[in-house]
Each structure stands twice: as structure tokens, then as C-alpha cells.
Design a protein around this ligand. Structure first.
Ligand SMILES: [Zn+2]
Length: 406
């Protein structure tokens, strides 16, 4: 038994060293073996062995010489960005989006397929078709498939507990895909992976803690704490969309009344804009949409920018309610950065300022003053990029915080 335990430990150390060296080269861009040894505090021979192994796997390559420090100029190492690819999928409302993504988060191939009301088994078939097409589009070694899905997830077991729009209940999505494709599969909630995308590929990546509030058909927050995605005990961390913010408010699709989603989601805003268009023949909305049914977020944005007062009230009210949610989040987690993702961010600075003002009024001033609320730097691919980052984190350890010398 002892020998088995010792062997397992040696394997673990090897794996840890390999991940640590790969992550160091990845983070530095170009670096010599000697500098990898310095940065990781591993011995030179250990680094050389690990680098040889990584080069044999095609993950790392020599890319020329660095400046000489007196002696022979050192050989520089770099990660081969396209040596591995990942499939990332976003099961968004209205359309499924997918991409083939390399180790740097570059999208090599992208496919969007409209959902056209499909749910249940038909929606699952669409996932298969999307993955088939993406797999066919790459010749590179595939590390796995990452999926960001709306609804409640058991991320540990890859089971979609409840996704209302897709009519999925207790769907073992991970095992279904693993069996079909023979690849590792990771599934998590879409807002949660959006936070991971921002943390790994965003303009302000790095830091320890980050919250991303994703506003779409639903509203959810993804929380990264100490460099790790925080799921919570019930995997529902950040489910702020169904917290009541309006007393005696409108009924929500979850059955409760006055949820944040009923006043600040894309659906809620469009519904309110439609009501304005129906009741006011002079509304500026009519300039941008032929009928209330054709009102989209873009149309509402245009009317907002053009100065439609009724639309402005709806948008700023949504901002105030989001401010309440932000105040609660920072009250609990005290993070410095909160970013908002989703096409609703087209409402811009006036809307953001409303969120900030409400946050400052409702949280301890000393905390709120240090919190920055901004717009996510990643566009509409945020969820499938985050799902890809999930695969890269688990399969290669590229973004997980690593502790030296286990
Ligand atoms: Zn609700």
C-alpha cells in the first residue's frame, strides 16, 4: 500500500511540475529554461526534463534566442498556441453559438445556429449537430468540449438540473456528450463561465476576484474568487435574477413576484418598450421598428440614444434595480471589480452611472467607493470563450492558481 501511495505522489508531483512549467511559459510569452527555473523555483534539470516532455507533446517550442548575459544567448521557449484546440458552446436563448478556440482564446472557427423554438430532444440534437460541425472544422488535437448553459446546473456531475427555455430537466449533458465524442466535457452555468472568460481572456485579466453580471433573457452573476470560479454549495452562486427587488411586482417565469429579471432583463425591457410603442403613437420607437413585435434590444438602444423619455425611464429604472443587486453582491463579497456583459450594455454610460449611484446609496460608502462598475471587454462570444477556458483550466491548468511545490 505504501509503495502505491508513494508512486501516486510522484505522479502528482510530475503532473504539478508539468502544469507549473507550462503555465509559466504561457504567462510569460517567451522565456528561457533558466528563467522558468527561477520563476518556479524548480531545479534546472527538472525544468529541462519537463520542457523536453512538453516539446515532445507539441505544446511548447523553441522560438529563437534571448539577449546574452555574457555567455551563450539563452534559447527562448514559447507555448504553441494552436497545438491544442477546444470546442466552446453557448446554449443561448434564440441561438446556439459555438467556436473552435486555441490556447490563447483565439476563435479559429465559429458556428451559430438559430434555435427556432426547438427544445427537449430537438435542442439536444442541435447541440450534437453544432459539435459535429465544429469538430470537422479543426485538424488540431482537441482537448475537450466546454458548455455554458442557462439554468441550474450540477457542474460537478455535468447535469442540467433545470433549463426552462430548453425544457431540460436533470439532463446528463456531460455524460451524453462524453459517450458520443470520447472527449472530456465540462458544463457550467452561462453566467459563471462568462466570468471565467473575462478573468482569463478579458482586457483586465488577472487580479484575484471578479464578478461579471450577464444580462440576457435571464440575469446571473459569475463570481471568481481567489482565481477560481465559485459555484457555491448548490452550484447556484450568483443566481441574482430571481431575488425579489420589487414588492408586489410582476409575476416572474419562476413563479415568484418582482424578481430582478422582471424589471432588468432583456425580455423585461423589450416588453416594456412594446407597451410604450402600443400606447404612444409619437414614441421614437416607431422610427426604428415597423411594429411593436419587431422591437429588439438594438431598437430600444436607438430610441434611448435618440432621447425618447419613456424609454429612458424604463432603462434607468432597470439600472437602479441592477444597482441594488450590485450593492448586495459587494456587501457580501467586497470585490473591487464588477463588469456587465450582454447586449444590454449598449445603453452606455448614463445607464452605468445609474447603477453606480444606486450601489453607492445602498452599500457602505467605504466599500462602494472602491468598487469599479464597467462593461465587459469581451463581445458576444463571452460564454463559449468562458466554456473553453473551463476546459483549458481543468485539462492543462493554464488559468488555475497553482501553489508551488506540492
Ligand atoms: Zn424569478
Amino acid at each position: 500500500m505504501k509503495r502505491v501511495a508513494r508512486k501516486a505522489t510522484r505522479q502528482q508531483t510530475r503532473r504539478h511540475n508539468s502544469r507549473l512549467v507550462l503555465k509559466t511559459i504561457y504567462d510569460q510569452g517567451e522565456i528561457s529554461r533558466a528563467d522558468v527555473a527561477r520563476a518556479t523555483r524548480l531545479t534546472r534539470p527538472t525544468v529541462s526534463d519537463v520542457v523536453t516532455e512538453l516539446m515532445e507533446k507539441g505544446l511548447v517550442e523553441e522560438v529563437g534566442h534571448g539577449p546574452s548575459a555574457g555567455g551563450k544567448p539563452p534559447i527562448l521557449l514559447s507555448v504553441t498556441d494552436d497545438s491544442r484546440h477546444v470546442i466552446g458552446i453557448d446554449l443561448a436563448a434564440g441561438e446556439f453559438r459555438g467556436g473552435v478556440v486555441n490556447l490563447r482564446g483565439d476563435v479559429k472557427h465559429q458556428v451559430n445556429v438559430p434555435l427556432r423554438g426547438r427544445d427537449g430532444d430537438a435542442a439536444l440534437t442541435l447541440v450534437y449537430e453544432l459539435v459535429d460541425e465544429l469538430i470537422a472544422a479543426t485538424d488540431s488535437h482537441l482537448l475537450g468540449i466546454g458548455i455554458g448553459t442557462p439554468g441550474l446546473m450540477d457542474a460537478m456531475n455535468g447535469v442540467v438540473r433545470w433549463a426552462v427555455n430548453l425544457n431540460w430537466q436533470n439532463l446528463p449533458l456531460r455524460s451524453l456528450l462524453q459517450e458520443r465524442y470520447g472527449l472530456p466535457v465540462y458544463v457550467a452555468n452561462d453566467s459563471q463561465v462568462a466570468a471565467l472568460a473575462e478573468y482569463t481572456f478579458g482586457e483586465n485579466r488577472g487580479g484575484r476576484n471578479l464578478i461579471v453580471i450577464k444580462i440576457g433573457h435571464g440575469i446571473g452573476a459569475g463570481i471568481v474568487l481567489n482565481g477560481r470560479l465559485f459555484y457555491g454549495d448548490t452550484f447556484a452562486a450568483g443566481e441574482i435574477g430571481h431575488v425579489t427587488v420589487v414588492e408586489n411586482g410582476q409575476q416572474c417565469r419562476c413563479g415568484n413576484f418582482g424578481c430582478l429579471e422582471t424589471v432588468a432583463s432583456v425580455g423585461a425591457i423589450i416588453q416594456r418598450a412594446q407597451a410604450i410603442a402600443q400606447n404612444d403613437p409619437h414614441s421614437l420607437l416607431h422610427q426604428f421598428a415597423a411594429s411593436p413585435e419587431e422591437i429588439t434590444v438594438d431598437v430600444v438602444c436607438q430610441a434611448f440614444e435618440a432621447g425618447d423619455e419613456a424609454v429612458r425611464q424604463v432603462i434607468l429604472e432597470a439600472g437602479r434595480y441592477l444597482g441594488i443587486a450590485v450593492a448586495n453582491l459587494i456587501g457580501v463579497l467586497s470585490t473591487r471589480r464588477i463588469l456587465i456583459a450582454g447586449n444590454i450594455s449598449c445603453f452606455g454610460e448614463a445607464w452605468l452611472e445609474t447603477i453606480r449611484q444606486e450601489m453607492v446609496q445602498r452599500a457602505l460608502a467605504v466599500v462602494a467607493r472602491k468598487t469599479e462598475v464597467g462593461i465587459s471587454s469581451i463581445g458576444p462570444n463571452i460564454v463559449f470563450l468562458g466554456a473553453s477556458a473551463l476546459v483549458l483550466t481543468y485539462e492543462l491548468g493554464l488559468f488555475a492558481p497553482l501553489v508551488r511545490g506540492i
